[in-house]
Design a protein around this ligand. Sequence first.
Ligand code: NCD
Length: 411
Amino acid sequence: MSSTIIAGRFVNPEREWTGQIRLEGDTIVEVGERLGTPDVEFGEDCYVFAGMGDIHIHARDDQSETQTYKEDFRTAAAAAVNGGVVQVADMPNNPVAPIDDASYRAKQQHLAARDVPIQVTLYAGIGPGTRPLSFAVPYKAYMGPSVGDLFFSTLADLDETLAHYRGQCVSFHCEDPELLEQHKSAATHEQRRPAECELSATRFALQMIEKYELRGKLCHYSVGEGLPLIRAARAKGLDVTCEVTPHHLYYDVSDLTDENRGWMQMNPPLRDIADRKAMLAALRDGTLDYLATDHAPHTLEENTAGISGQPHLDTYGEFVTWLIAEQGFTAGQVAAFCAENPGRFVNPYTAPLKFGRIEPGYVASLTVLNLARPTTIRREDLKTKCGWSPFEGVTFPGSIEAVYVRGECLK
Ligand SMILES: NC(=O)N[C@@H](CC(=O)O)C(=O)O
């Protein structure tokens, strides 16, 4: 079995240290000071993290193959590696939604045939009348309409369905369908999906998590007023974690112009500056657990025509360098919300591989960021099939030095 010694500055959430690690096959087998002559050495400008994980992506690939003109598992995996991401979790709002044993297994087989190097965990969908699968998977509930047909029209219907999912791991897209309906004639996207939709849905999701003892997760959180509700629920002992996207941390409504409105549209929408600042603070204090992109690759033409979502996998790692160099996040904080917490979320489903830490027994996947070499995002460097990024032209303070996937250096 091939053995590689890597030297550099390593980061886990609780400590940062200079030393060496030894990889054997696809596993980290030793962490120490002087294990031998290094095969690879990363300099002082680099941080070596456990491989980063994006637990909210839309690869747009399923057995129907009707959306693979914009992304498929291969191009999503290429975009992930390009952005320093070694494991992803894929959402179920496909034309053929994985909602039961047969449809989930069929999507798994479809994925296996794509033979991608990174780990892809599949969510199963919860829709009106669905029931849990016979094996453990993470679930996703779209409370109201977003993209695709998997959603509820009333929260009462969702409650009735969730009663069957007691104790399961359920992620919520928090927008109240009845309030969305009330605002549907408003002038702009953000007025049609206002903060109160997410707040009301947050209260409901927390009630459901308590009532059915779910392992709950709130997706792409964007409303400052909801954060105290999440903290209070945790203080009460609820098992609830929370994602935040790059776009809700970087942009707010003051960035919207007549020209960019089309491609700056996503669900939930951009919010006020105060919300954006609240998200940054909550990511720093641990209220938000995961940097998860909601990578939603649609073509620019589709976005301009009104479909919601932005692609973000290609730029995940560069965006993280902005958090460190310009927003004052510590490398340890990054190791928590980009590696350890996403790893903890998927590890129940990825055995024998264990993601998220630099520690013997964990997978030999690493994300190495260089904080001294800035990157300007250019369309020609993207690997996503949809072919664009909202960050085109943005210069981030750092770059991706290397990406190891199961012991192999892929970038
Ligand atoms: N977030 C989005 O704006 N779009 C997502 C759907 C979703 O996650 O709601 C998509 O599937 O494209």
